[in-house]
Design a protein around this ligand. Sequence first.
Ligand SMILES: Nc1nc2c(c(=O)[nH]1)N[C@H]1C(S)=C(S)[C@@H](COP(=O)(O)OP(=O)(O)OC[C@H]3O[C@@H](n4cnc5c(=O)[nH]c(N)nc54)[C@H](O)[C@@H]3O)O[C@H]1N2
Ligand SMILES: Nc1nc2c(c(=O)[nH]1)N[C@H]1C(S)=C(S)[C@@H](COP(=O)(O)OP(=O)(O)OC[C@H]3O[C@@H](n4cnc5c(=O)[nH]c(N)nc54)[C@H](O)[C@@H]3O)O[C@H]1N2
Ligand code: SF4
Ligand SMILES: [Mo]
Length: 751
Amino acid sequence: MNTRETNAPRGHYRICPLCEACCGLQVQTAGGRVTGIRGAQDDPFSEGFLCPKGISLKDLHEDPDRLRQPLLKRNGRHEPVSWEQAFEEIERRLRPLIEAHGPDAVALSFGNPAAHKVGLLAYTPRLARALGTRNVFSASTLDQMPKQLSSALMYGHWLSIPVPDLPRTDLLVVLGANPMVSNGSLWTVPDFRGKARALRERGGRLIVIDPRRTETAAAADEHLFIRPGSDVWLLLGLVHTLFDEGLVRSSPLDAWVQGLEEIRSAVTAYPPESTALHCGIPAPEQRRIARLLATTPRASLYARIGSCTQRHGTLNSWLVDVVNILCGQLDQPGGAMFPKAAAFAVNTQGRPGSGRGVSLGRRKSRVSGAPEVFGELPMVCLAEEIETPGEGQVRALITVASNPVLSAPNGPRLAQALDGLDFMLSLDIYLNETTRHADLILPAPSPLEDLHYDIAFGQLSWRNHARYSAPVFERPADMPEEWETLTRLAALAAGADWRQPVDQLDTAALRQELRHQLKDSEGTQSEALLAALAPRVGPQRLIDLALRSGPYGDQFGRKPDGLTLDRVQAAPHGIDLGELQPRVPELLRTPSGCIELAPAPFMAALGALAGDAPPSCGPDELLLIGRRDTRSGNSWMHNLPVLAKGPDRSALIVHPDDAHQRGLRDGDRALLRNAAGTSLEVLLQCSDEMMPGVASLPHGWGHDLPGTRLSVAQLRPGANLNALLDERLRDPQSGNAVLSGQPVTLSALPA
Ligand SMILES: Nc1nc2c(c(=O)[nH]1)N[C@H]1C(S)=C(S)[C@@H](COP(=O)(O)OP(=O)(O)OC[C@H]3O[C@@H](n4cnc5c(=O)[nH]c(N)nc54)[C@H](O)[C@@H]3O)O[C@H]1N2
Ligand SMILES: Nc1nc2c(c(=O)[nH]1)N[C@H]1C(S)=C(S)[C@@H](COP(=O)(O)OP(=O)(O)OC[C@H]3O[C@@H](n4cnc5c(=O)[nH]c(N)nc54)[C@H](O)[C@@H]3O)O[C@H]1N2
Ligand code: SF4
Ligand SMILES: [Mo]
């Protein structure tokens, strides 16, 4: 570690780990404290942008509630213990469980921040392998698993996800996303607002389709309401129109696309005139959007979480790409393009142009038979796997940066299930709604004490780049880095000696991985690589390896001008690798070497759609959807004063007519109830930004549970949306949770 806090004022470059935008920040420090945080103007990727959450890194660093020591639960109370005691406790409690009940008795739950930290993302797979459990759960199945599945079947890898080439496009249609607030998702695009403004200034158009007139919609040329959970019908209407009106456009991609005729015949049953009845968007509007997408020279359709968290999330994710392909916009400048990450992208590894594709249907979850996808089970199955006795029952849980009590549907059921565990361990920085159930909590350094290189989001970036940031502050002497904690845990889980020096454990694990990946039975190649990477260890060694062997890398000397970690570190704001370039067929990893436009599982699901209808509700009910706020990040940033101040952001928004019908007014407190009779008290906000019949409530609130240590968040706890959502509703193909369009009733509070 080469950074030291000094008393003199100093500027540090830090990549923000708080959302997918990955902004470069300029952190000013003096006397060991943060004195200011700005956007780094010289960052070629984020160009000075930041949002209020970036500024909150100071509050996060200083938050007295942020854990600095392991906490062990004794007689119902969490008390600080040493790291040594903590690991002894894990050894005492976890090993016997594994020995008695086998590896599946331990479940893992990985949360959102685990995707944003190299020490977590690179090391959680090692923990999973060391445990050998099949019970792996993550936030992916509350989020983007449908898109991963559709990308895997279409292009051969689950992270081959096209993103709009916004700087060069003339038309962007946004479906079920609010990038003005979320700052982009499955699309790393700092300053979406500025880029969207530039699009409009050069004569381009932005169209938003959403049950709420969002912040993005308010800044767009057009907004169309869509009924929650009905996107598949709109998308089928668009595809139908493209064939029906002869709008399918040829492109350089045609030679690589397979399945066009299957799609053509499958959509004949879905003219916009009939899909309009389901999605609520009149047929002429659907036809107009299809024409615009097909005839605008450079255009793309982008869809995100609103389109994924539905019963037909996988079909939606697939059809979005089908539209872009039929319009000749995939892989074209100004259309939907595939980034080429400098490191860690599987779609830059192996033989270009074809691959093994993916295997599906390998197994099902024990209790409700939900699908395993990419080695994971749906998060909505976690509670039942803990509760249901029998062979393979989950008896211990390790959460890593995961707060499913607030973030997963039917959180209250899960909270109860957690109390039935024999052992629960949380790697987390707060004593919160989930970790209060843990027997032991292991904290982490603050983001300002941590180095950063983004493993995941280079693969989804608006522009290719390689950026690294060093820790701003040195971490406290007794605080291990997260990769060290995970390395020791993996050793412990595998029955090895976790007291060995952590560097040795890390090297042994990497040696094993290299030998496996390189099919290097003699070990000569692996040893040569390890020698070339020395003396680095930990994440730095993995980053150097990934950069050097990556598509821009120095190939360990074979391309002397190529990237190494030294080179990236030497560039004060990272290295710009230019605008996105066409990547088909090089990117493809399907067995056929083609883009699969009509994968068999999707065609079968489409066949089964006949006679289906979107979520509906009774005359007294509303359909509930979610929302995000600029000053909030999922379930865990409500304890940071700079974000928590100002108006209450946890309100339920409904159309004024829906409120009046129930005798309610803006600012009232009201009762929101689901079909099972669970109810929440909510603050009401009335606005015609809502589609009538639809109510919007943000997730991640409900900080009034006992046993937590969140002194700021507790002051304005908000209500937990997920307490109302039914965890049995899923996308059958990906197992993803259905978070949009569940019916609720709204009424005045009882006197
Ligand atoms: N400030 C802030 N930024 C965040 C986060 C945060 O909590 N706060 N969370 C981060 C995370 S983890 C993610 S995954 C991303 C998500 O990024 P986005 O996908 O942009 O997230 P949302 O803002 O929730 O936008 C989803 C939109 O879908 C709409 N919607 C709901 N139901 C439906 C439907 O049935 N059909 C259609 N078409 N639309 C629907 C909602 O009204 C909402 O506007 O944001 C990330 N960024
Ligand atoms: N109804 C509804 N539910 C949703 C959504 C929705 O739109 N609607 N969105 C879903 C989506 S997209 C997502 S991604 C999930 C997110 O839900 P989760 O995956 O549960 O993630 P967070 O809510 O961000 O909680 C993060 C946890 O990590 C901890 N943490 C923060 N930083 C660190 C760190 O540096 N190290 C460690 N070890 N821990 C840390 C926090 O204290 C917290 O416990 O929520 C999902 N839930
Ligand atoms: S948009 Fe905000 S939270 Fe996201 S990376 Fe940038 S500064 Fe951080
Ligand atoms: Mo997410």
